[in-house]
Design a binder for this molecule. Structure first.
Ligand code: NAD
Length: 443
């Protein structure tokens, strides 16, 4: 099938590469010319396991192309995906300017039937707005062109995006046209072989399904962080509590890890956007507001623990950070807890030496050259001359470190374990002070 994808970010590029991998002819279009130039050279601008080989091989075989030319891209696709960003607006609601701009472009150039598939995470009612925007642009040309708009939210996880895309748990299709559903069934057939994962529903339900899924996951995290905050006040260890509740199949072990707060480009903005949607319909979504508030405070937690350790005297101290990305296996720094920690440390005159396996370049791009930030090539380099160590992202490489080496390098050996990676007793036995999240003795 001939497929066009607007947006070559985490979602668009992965979707394009995976559809090409199944034999489709895919063109990806972006307004960012430098990104497109890199992709045309076979360079993948983001870190995502397994992505580069399939971008290269499908590019070499002529099934995956990249362009900034929206006109030829619209002319190409029988199926046209919208996978552009929907960042938070000033009031926290989703900013639809990129989605609607793509809709106008499609309407300005479409000349035969196509299925327009919205993959971006968008508020309920956006499929109607996209349909109206395309119709208006088509009508203003004085022509009639049939098309359908489908809502097909994306559920891939950064860090495992290619695998998720190739083997989705479910494919949600919100549509009111049988013709469009048939086209998508055929496009997704290779991803849907072992059993039927496609759930067809109306557009509004599909749009809400995406927000509900992210809000549910964010709620689990904030719930567990709240239990952690109670645990440390009552002298309990939240890690034992986690195992104790996770064994109940109604609760499960997934997504109940306490930590330094959730970040990324989805949970923070999607919880906020859903809350704003509810409010604009006259409903006060108290639970969502609490999920957001707990997370906001949780992101300050590591700083508070470090500050208390030094009796508030952080000026001139150097803090080593392991982990900058908002989660492992990505270079994405959007809303990362590391940012709140670093910015709070800088504000009180502390310095940061940081290591992350993939997010150093993105950190340098975000913050530029500054005296109070050193980005290190190796994990243990970050400890040279540092006072204490904070674990911010749970990369696998941080799970079994050499504690005596850490002790030898730090000036005042202490670990602030923002992801509860270590056994407090093992760290203390190695001669380091240990601070975890909700482990009975941090306060
Ligand atoms: P991103 O910011 O990584 O990429 C968006 C891309 O769209 C950018 O390259 C930008 O230049 C391009 N773009 C903007 N306007 C354009 C236009 N008019 N024409 C062509 N390209 C244009 O975004 P992302 O992380 O891939 O997210 C895209 C959408 O998918 C968002 O709505 C997001 O909420 C949703 N989503 C993201 C994830 C994730 O893990 N990142 C998962 C599921 C859903």
């Amino acid at each position: 099938m001939k497929v066009t994808i607007f947006g070559t970010g985490y979602v668009g590029l992965v979707t394009g590469a995976c559809l090409a991998e199944m034999g489709n002819q895919v063109i990806c279009v972006d307004i960012d010319a430098s990104k497109i130039e890199r992709l045309q050279r076979g360079e993948v601008p983001i870190y995502e396991p397994g992505l580069e080989p399939i971008v290269r091989s499908n590019g070499a075989e002529g099934r995956l192309g990249f362009t900034t030319d929206a006109v030829s891209a619209v002319a190409h696709g029988e199926v046209i995906f919208i996978a552009v960003g929907t960042p938070p607006d000033e009031d926290g609601s989703a900013d639809l300017q990129y989605v609607l701009s793509v809709a106008r472009t499609i309407g300005a150039h479409l000349d035969r039937y196509a299925v327009v598939v919205n993959k971006s995470t968008v508020p309920v009612g956006t499929a109607d707005r996209v349909r109206a925007t395309i119709s208006q642009a088509v009508e203003s040309r004085g022509v009639e062109v049939p098309f359908d708009v489908v809502s097909n939210p994306e559920f891939l996880k950064e860090g495992a995006a290619v695998e998720d895309c190739l083997k989705p748990d479910r494919i949600i299709v919100g549509a009111s046209s049988e013709r469009a559903v048939t086209v998508l069934r055929s496009l997704y057939a290779p991803f849907n072989r072992s059993h039927d994962r496609m759930v067809v529903m109306d557009e509004r339900s599909a749009e809400l399904t995406k927000y509900a899924a992210n809000a549910m996951l964010a709620t689990k995290i904030s719930f567990m962080n709240e239990i952690a905050n109670i645990a440390e006040r009552v002298g309990a260890d939240v890690e034992l509590v986690r195992q104790g509740i996770g064994s109940d199949p109604r609760i499960g072990h997934h997504f109940i890890y306490p930590g330094a707060g959730y970040g990324g480009s989805c949970f923070p903005k999607d919880v906020q956007a859903l809350e704003r949607t509810a409010r604009s319909h006259g409903y006060d979504a108290r639970l969502l507001a609490a999920v957001e508030a707990v997370n906001h405070d949780q992101k300050a937690k590591l700083f508070e623990l470090i500050s208390r350790h030094f009796d508030g005297q952080l000026a001139g101290k150097t803090i080593a950070l392991w982990g900058l990305a908002f989660k492992p296996n990505t270079d994405d720094m959007r809303e990362a807890p590391s940012r709140r920690l670093m910015e709070a440390l800088w504000q009180v005159g502390a310095k940061v030496r940081a290591f992350d396996p993939e997010a150093r370049a993105e950190t340098a791009r975000q913050y530029g050259e500054r005296d109070d930030l050193v980005l290190c090539e190796h994990a243990y380099d970050a400890l040279q001359g540092a006072d204490v160590l904070a674990i911010v992202t749970e990369w696998k490489a941080f799970r079994s470190p050499d504690f005596s080496r850490i002790r030898g390098l730090l000036k005042t050996p202490a670990i602030f374990d923002g992801r509860n990676l270590y056994e407090p007793a093992a760290v203390e036995a190695a001669g380091l002070a240990y601070y975890g999240m909700g482990r009975g003795r941090s306060l």
